[in-house]
Design a protein around this ligand. Sequence first.
Ligand code: 6PG
Length: 245
Amino acid sequence: MADPEILVGGDPDVVAEIAAAELVAHLRAVLLRRDRASLGLSGGTTPANLYRRLGGEPNLLDWRRIDLFLVDERCVAPSDEASNYRLITETLIRGLGDAAPDVHRIRGELRAPAAAADYALTLERHLVGRPPALDAVVLGVGADGHTASLFPGSLGDPVSDFEPPWAVATRSPLAPRDRVSLSLSVLRAALLRIVLVTGSAKRDLVTRLLGPDSATDLPAAWLNGFPGRTLWVLDRAAAADLVVA
Ligand code: 6PG
């Protein structure tokens, strides 16, 4: 299984540029051999920087051939300011105009278990493979080491999990507490995981996740060692204690 790749940019804007270049190159390569590609997007301020970058240059990708999925969602209405769907609409979709892709959103207006079951069917309907395989997912990492909406202490064995469910209802320590997330199985099955972490506040966390003694109790650490590519794009502040060859 591949080791995590680590790229470091000088600041959050450079991180967004690097991530955009890597994501665009990957999806263009997919679209050379297939009619359509699939992309899963997380919420969060760090991923949103990337979405603004992509939304500002609509011609980077043929978005009409891309199916967008949500990596996770808060159980709120799609118009709620806490909604990841609203975040992605405001930072990426609006910038793409007529070229905007189909978005398969998680129905956050439902109760979490129902929304998770509904989304698992959506994934099975639109993606091939079991687990359903996304061509790429964009992930952030929370200060507690969560990724997507998979929080510490909420999961069993991170290694053997190739089984359903494909989407899970979870509880966040921070409001909005009810969430829906892609499961580890689906994150593991993605061809490319781009993980974005910036800021000195996450410096120690990054060392725990990517340093010599990787923490095994943090969901974000489980992304390493998955099949396919896990590409960490960090700014200098977050990577300050890493020795990157
Ligand atoms: C969410 C996100 C979450 C986010 C991280 C990083 O719904 O909040 O999906 O996983 O990506 O918490 O968020 P920041 O980049 O804002 O720190």
